[in-house]
Design a protein around this ligand. Sequence first.
Ligand code: PLP
Length: 539
Amino acid sequence: MDSLNNNHIKLIAISFASGACITYLSMKLFSTNNNDDNKKKQLSKSSSILLNSTSSENLDTPETFQTAGTHLLDWIINYRKECRDLPVVSTVKHNYLKDILPKEAPENSESWNNIFDDLSTKIVPGLTNWQASNKFFAYFKPHSSYPAVLAETLCAGLNVMGFDWIASPACTELEVVTLDWLATILNLPEKFKASSPGPGGSVIQGSAGESAIVVLLAACLRKASNINKSKNDGTCRRDKMAVFASDQTHTIIKKACRILGLHYVEVPSKLENNWAISTYDMEDAILKSKNEGGYIPLAIVGTPGTTSSCAFDNLSEIGKLAKKYNLWFHVDAAYGGAYAALPEMKMKFNGVDLCDSFCVNAHKKILCPFDLSALYVADRHHIMKALSVESEYLKNDASDSGAVVDYENWQLPLGRRFRALKLWFVLRRFGANGIRKHVRKGIEYRKILENLIEQDTNEMFEIAAPPSLSLICFRLKNRSEAEHKLFLKELKQTGDCFIIHTKLGGKIVLRIACGGIEQTEDDVINAWNVISKLAYKLF
Ligand SMILES: Cc1ncc(COP(=O)(O)O)c(C=O)c1O
């Protein structure tokens, strides 16, 4: 299909829901020249030729790269506008791609035109449209701003590695500087900053899950060397070391414990505590596992902004407990950490100065696409001791001098991307003020929903947990668990609103997470209209 020269690209969204292939959308999408409003540039003849050409040497020239790159940027812009009209959750069946893609990679070069056509007709139907800010209210979505999208391209374009300082000094040094900038924006303690005189520091990890593995390994090393100086290799009876968290702590911690062979103790949270950790229950659990189970208390995890309901654990209280039992205190602020940028949220983060490590995902609320998890530690030496392996082939004078940061010693893999570019672009384009505005917008939108639920005079809905951050949790009043499941299923099938559920106190709770970068007040109101209309239709 010569789609780039046609005004209309036929987007074939493939749904096998009824066993048949249904072509249900034929839209003016994803074409650089679908210019109803005459605002789009027509592809020049030469560009068109370039996009149709194949490469005999399997190499793109700078000219084809530029033409295809320009086309791709236009494509992304169009996608982000037009995906608002697509079903938010993909309706394709399992293995749909296997059935429509060739069995093998092409033997010879294909034209960019063919590749872009397939992108629109084969890949887009299989997307759940996270950028459809009018319909996507599930999970906590990554807020992918254009500066960060450009930085991702730059990262691939530069393609430098930053495993040690000499591998690309700018890669390491920009990370050090931007993480300090972020720490200032988030009002984090000075002890985490590279620019402070202490042993603190920070590193970009791929995810909060990776951060958890890294810090728990460091905690093992610290504990092992405390217990037995001769056994400071981190292998000291890990199965006897216990990590304490609540049933609202994200399962990344459980997984990290499984990977590291640590004992995981999950303490139930309660409604009367608004689903936050009860430090009394936590202390009981510590004593019980120590006295009855013979476990060595190793670490405790606090979450300011839990995944289910954005509950806030009391970091000051947990910090005191950590001190009393000599525990590593990790704060998983993967989602909630961004809100520390707001002066009005300061109280919620009291006690953060007591933690050994603090992790915040810039890829959740800080306008970066996945993967950018900022990990701050009070003492970098524990991590470095846990993860440094001296490879002969990487030895160099800069590292030997001890004066530089070698991030390979702070992470699980060796290789690392220039991810700091994303943060640098974002922080410079938005500024601290722009970040605060964006974060605050999510809270404002949540308050709109809160009002709408409260104003529901027919009392179809009830708020199911204290509204917090950009998240509202609700239930259908007097409806069974089965009815909640039915409602969620039907809502998904509308294609007009995507939310997910969680469980609090064993009961299903529906969650709406607001605040995408392109989201508007109208989007939030419309989403609620879809939800309430369906509820009234069903019940
Ligand atoms: C509190 C919390 N921790 C961790 C995660 C997982 O983050 P990642 O995918 O970066 O491992 C989430 C995801 O929503 C979260 O809310």
